[in-house]
Ligand binder design. Structure first.
Ligand SMILES: [Fe+2]
Ligand SMILES: [Fe+2]
Length: 263
């Protein structure tokens, strides 16, 4: 058991405050948790709407192996047109054929192959291809004895829970993103897959999903379009860390990390 792989996953990073919280935390966590592999969801990293080439420049200075995203990946046209420059950035694999980018990646750490796959749910979301069927078609490409991690980006807790049980025993970790609200329900499923319904965001503490709360309230009150602005002030940092035994691919432990920071 001398060679454990320690993985950290950070939930949706919202705007500059979220990026600052990442900068403040990642190097320190990498050291204290002896991290080998770091995954961060950046669908809201640039002003709340997608990554941009300039935010990518900033994020690439951090010790992050793979970036996952979601529906907001398409918000910044200048990013989408240069998607190929960022092979470590994923978008949901179940978007129809013909879109830029890719939905899974294979990397290696400590001699162990690591698969990271991103899928997006369809309940209260875009009518994408079926994420369940997409998993079945893609899993043939996953190498045996690899560490497998899935970001399931979805709105409905039921869909995320159903998916995690669907892949139970086949992957090490399924983590949910998108709602920005931490469900704090991390658990080990019957056949060994570790699952959390939603990690929660890394964004403003006193906000609605990282945005200025007064603007969002006004949107609900008036039912007319408003320009969302990322909220300023203290930040909540939401992440999970897992330890995996590389010899048998078993997930040994999941730990939730929650910090409030002034950035
Ligand atoms: Fe998000
Ligand atoms: Fe999303």
């Amino acid at each position: 058991m001398q060679n454990k792989i320690n993985v950290l996953v950070v939930g949706d990073v919202v705007g500059r405050p979220g990026r600052n919280a990442l900068k403040k935390n990642l190097f320190d966590l990498k050291k204290s948790l002896d991290l080998d592999f770091i995954i961060v969801n950046i669908e809201n990293a640039s002003g709340g709407f997608g990554p941009s080439p300039s935010t990518m420049e900033e994020l690439l200075t951090l010790p992050i192996n793979v970036f996952t995203t979601g529906g907001h990946i398409w918000d910044k046209k200048e990013f989408v047109s240069s998607f190929d420059l960022y092979p470590m950035v994923l978008r949901p694999a179940n978007y129809p054929e013909g879109n830029a980018g890719k939905g899974f990646i294979l990397q290696e750490v400590k001699g162990v192959r690591v698969v990271v796959l991103q899928l997006q749910g369809r309940v209260f979301m875009e009518p994408l291809d079926c994420p369940f069927q997409k998993f079945l078609s893609l899993k043939k490409e996953f190498p045996p004895n690899s560490l497998k991690i899935i970001d399931f980006h979805g709105e409905a807790t039921s869909e995320k829970n159903a998916f995690a049980n669907f892949v139970d025993g086949e992957v090490n970790l399924v983590f949910g993103t998108h709602t920005h609200i931490p469900t704090r329900d991390e658990r080990v499923l019957k056949k060994g897959t570790v699952f959390i319904t939603d990690i929660g965001m890394t964004g403003n503490y006193n906000s609605v999903i990282g945005f200025d709360k007064d603007i969002i309230v006004s949107r609900f009150l008036k039912q007319t379009p408003v320009k969302f602005e990322v909220a300023k002030g203290s930040v909540q940092f939401n992440a999970v860390a897992i330890n995996v035994d590389e010899l048998n691919g078993k997930t040994l432990k999941i730990e939730r990390i929650y910090r409030i920071l002034n950035v």
